[in-house]
Design a binder for this molecule. Structure first.
Ligand code: BV8
Ligand code: ZN
Length: 248
């Protein structure tokens, strides 16, 4: 692993622009369940039953309760060493972009500034009729909630079959196509179009690094695969980088 980390750091030392593409795995060590791991969320609940608009209209109580349950977890957990390492790395590069599929707000809480949230953010909720935004604070409704106009209130997340927020996705694609090093951290890389991000980076000549305990569809395309937990590997990369830059 150390040899591989040194190889990654060599690329980082000369890099002007870095993109870190993350999925649920980067939050796993914070205690946020992933989607497709054995104890993942989808094992108990099927995406078609929950993370899509028609399911919400069919069963607003169940979907509202599921998102409240997840918001509660996200309010109880903290960013982990992987989030903090990514946040610290941001200041060492001319351009540093976090592109996350996660809706858990942990990158922002760890101090990352330049973030594209491709699948929205569970802290934001809005009325499907008049689009008024609601801050639910630390309330966790276990059944559907309605706006004063009578419309249903939904989480501001991207469900299956829904378009990604345009400027978030366009900004992420632009960053991916112009970066020197791209990390793909804690994602099974099966959900599109988000999963195009590391592919565009690689196709545009970036050095692609995957950090994941398990192989994924992206592994064969990566220049380096660091097999392990992001909460352990990212701090190792950061300290080796600082050592080689004489920052330690
Ligand atoms: C859309 C948000 C246009 C809500 C989610 C090609 C192009 C375009 C679309 C498609 C396409 N092919 C198929 C589609 C349709 C679909 C899709 O991709 N389906 C897949 C499943 C086949 N895509 C869509 O519908 C997208 N919209 O295309 O719009 C359109 C519009 C109308 C008509 C047609 C097209 C919208 C997709 C967004 C769906 N929303 N969630 C919520 O979170 O509740 S998806 C969900 O999956 C999450 O966002 C999650 O982030 C995302 C990806 O999962 P991962 O983050 O990768 O998590 P996972 O559990 O899978 O993996 C975790 C990884 O971590 C594992 O590899 C594990 O080994 C690793 N790990 C574990 N522990 C650690 C670790 N790694 C490091 N350290 C550890 N400690
Ligand atoms: Zn309304």
């Amino acid at each position: 692993m150390t040899e591989l980390i040194k190889k990654v750091v060599e690329k980082l030392i000369e890099a002007k622009s870095v993109v870190v593409f993350t999925g649920a795995g980067v939050s796993a060590e914070s205690g946020v369940p992933t989607f497709r791991d054995k104890d993942g969320l989808w094992q108990k609940l099927k995406p078609e039953e929950l993370a899509n608009f028609n399911a919400f209209l069919r069963n607003p109580d169940l979907v509202t309760e599921w998102y409240s349950h997840r918001r509660k977890i996200m309010h109880e957990v903290k960013p982990n060493a992987g989030h903090y390492a990514i946040a610290e790395m941001e200041k060492y590069f001319e351009r540093f972009t976090v592109v996350t599929q996660n809706i858990d707000n942990l990158h922002r809480r760890a101090g990352s500034k330049n973030i594209f949230e491709l699948h929205g953010n569970i802290e934001r909720n809005y009325c499907i009729k008049c689009k008024k935004f609601y801050d639910l604070g630390d309330t966790y409704p276990d059944k559907a909630i309605y706006c004063e106009c009578g419309g249903l209130i939904r989480p501001d997340v991207v469900w299956f079959g829904e378009f990604l927020p345009e400027d978030e996705y366009d900004g992420a694609v632009k960053a991916a196509k112009s970066c020197d090093v791209c990390f793909s951290v804690g994602t099974s890389a099966v959900v599109f179009p988000a999963a195009y991000i590391p592919i565009y980076a690689k196709q545009s000549g970036a050095f692609l690094v995957e950090i994941n305990p398990n192989p994924t569809d992206l592994s064969r395309m990566a220049d380096v695969v660091l097999q392990g937990k992001s909460g352990e590997i990212l701090p190792l990369i950061l300290s080796e980088f600082k050592k080689q830059k004489g920052l330690l």
